[in-house]
Design a protein around this ligand. Structure first.
Ligand SMILES: O=c1ccn([C@H]2C[C@H](O)[C@@H](COP(=O)(O)OP(=O)(O)OP(=O)(O)O)O2)c(=O)[nH]1
Ligand SMILES: [Mg+2]
Length: 149
């Protein structure tokens, strides 16, 4: 099954001039790769909100998730600290990628290099009803390894 793509408006910011827009690397890619709009070095253990040089308007009922790239994670220990990052449909500021260096070496983020990927997703909202008691279940309050290894 192939879902129809959703339309996302993108505004390029001045410091994003000349950069490739987020794009799918292959016809079947789930995420659009996004490039850094600035260069910086992440020391081991450091983190930074890396500029992308664009802002977006997501249609109502959707979010965009900011996810790490597995190659950067495996080779260099670079991940998105808040993965999956959440871009709200009502956010109009610059999309930023919160990169963290969990590796042992400094990592150079280079303007124009792909640092993360964007995946749109439908949003299921909820209402909350406060109650005195919850229904019984087999699990009950067990969690965090209660069923064994
Ligand atoms: O990886 C991310 C995560 C968030 N954002 C932007 C878009 C998002 O809509 C906004 C708020 O994100 P979130 O709700 O995760 O952060 P918060 O700490 O709750 O901030 P706020 O109080 O602004 O909601 O920040 C990014 O650009 N990149
Ligand atoms: Mg928030």
């Amino acid at each position: 099954m192939t879902l129809s793509p959703i339309a996302i408006a993108l505004k390029r910011l001045p410091h994003g001039e000349g950069l490739p827009l987020p794009a799918y690397a292959t016809p079947g890619a789930a995420g659009m790769d996004v490039v850094a709009a600035e260069s910086l070095t992440l020391a081991p253990g450091a983190r930074a909100a890396v500029a992308t040089g664009f802002a977006i308007a997501i249609p109502p009922g959707y979010e965009v998730q900011v996810r790490p790239r597995s190659g950067l994670a495996l080779k260099h220990g670079i991940t998105c600290l808040n993965t999956p990052g959440t871009i709200d449909e009502d956010y109009r500021g610059e999309v930023k990628v919160i990169l963290a260096n969990l590796g042992q070496e400094p990592f150079a983020v280079v303007r124009g290099e792909r640092i993360a990927q964007l995946v749109p997703a439908p949003v299921q909202r909820a209402t909350l009803t406060e109650v005195e008691t919850l229904d019984d279940t087999q699990r009950g309050t067990g969690g965090f390894g209660s069923t064994g290894q």
